[in-house]
Design a protein around this ligand. Structure first.
Ligand SMILES: [Zn+2]
Length: 128
């Protein structure tokens, strides 16, 4: 007689401080949590960790006349995003639309420069 093989679980257990757990439980009772579709503690923790890791992925290296240099920690590469009157271009992805461009166009340090260039008529997309 053979038994069905044990399925490997896609989840693992982590331990959280109890105070954090209470804070999450309190949050889950709010309208905001319901609106965002959070039902369980896991939903909140997963989303928070995902957001944190995404925010850590890109590092703004510098900005000069040609464009922006971004370190992508996930790809272990540097992305050069060129900002020109005719538009933007990511030299790493060879495209006009990617996460590096979104990061460059939404970076706080870039806003005064981008505003000035848009006023000069540069064809720079507004990030969503
Ligand atoms: Zn890119």
């Amino acid at each position: 007689m053979t038994f069905p093989e044990k399925k490997e679980s896609k989840h693992a257990t982590v331990r959280l401080p109890k105070t954090m757990l209470s804070a999450i439980e309190e949050f889950l009772k709010t309208e905001e949590a319901k609106k965002q579709g959070f039902l369980y503690i896991t939903d909140v923790v997963t989303e928070a960790v995902r957001e944190y890791l995404t925010s850590r992925r890109f590092e703004f290296i510098n900005h000069d006349e040609k464009g922006v240099k971004i370190h992508d920690r996930q790809l272990h590469r540097v992305a050069d995003v060129y900002i020109r009157p005719e538009g933007v271009w990511c030299d790493l992805c060879k495209t006009k639309q990617c996460e590096h461009i979104t990061f460059a166009l939404t970076h706080k340090e870039m806003q005064p420069y981008l505003k000035k260039k848009r006023e000069e008529g540069w064809n720079l997309p507004e990030p969503e």
